[in-house]
Design a protein around this ligand. Sequence first.
Ligand code: 3PY
Ligand code: MG
Length: 274
Amino acid sequence: MSRARELSAAFSLAARLRSGEGAFAGWVGHTDTAFVDAVARTPLDAVVLDMQHGFLDAGAMVAGVATAAAAGKPTVVRVPVGAFATASRALDVGAAGVIAPMIDGADDARRFVEFVKYPPCGGRSWGPGRAMALAGMSSPAEWLAGADGFTLAFAMIETREGLAAVDEILAVEGIDGVFVGPNDLCIALTDGAKVEPEADFLDAPLARIAASAKAAGKVSGIFGGSGARAGVLRRMGFDFVTVGWDVGYVQTGIAAMLAETREVENVGEISDGY
Ligand code: 3PY
Ligand code: MG
């Protein structure tokens, strides 16, 4: 039996993305594990826990990873800018991947790898007890031999410098893929004039990033602000696409329900005396 098949579903993401199957993930910045559980128990393939702009501290991240794993879903943790030690910690407690924001070049990428890949590729410190438990693995030797392969290190491309250096970043050993932040990329490319993550002028650079990752034999991810946009981004060639975000799920759900409510209220479809 292959190592990938011995792992629990919480660690299935790397193999899935490398096979070209692609994955859609939910996006959670809130701390409540009941909310993480609700997102994990949808048909989405994975859950991103956002420690950069979301509200999760280390405790909420640990609980969120465990909650999604219990629902059979992998988590990818986005850490704050430069918080590479937090990325190590997320992997130690069972995240299937980590996203480092604002990576501007190969030097930033190598510093990130130093924290999230074991020697000889990086200098990740040993302490994966919780991750091994969630993976259903008891042999430290087996974990050491396999972990770099089944956990994903994503470098975020969301600055002018990062975009210009995307091939060098992808060439860094230990970087498994890039993840695009289209909001910041739009701000950067318009010198602060616009935050329009779905603007047409972004399509060419986005398609180029996805193609560069494929050419490098690595995976590409991106933040998709809506269901429709996520579909477009997947078609554009991205492997790992997030779909909306938690507050958006509540707001769009309520807006859709209220629209239904108003329609029925106005046409009087319910003939039960009201
Ligand atoms: C961006 O679009 O800049 C992101 O970081 C996604 O959250
Ligand atoms: Mg960003």
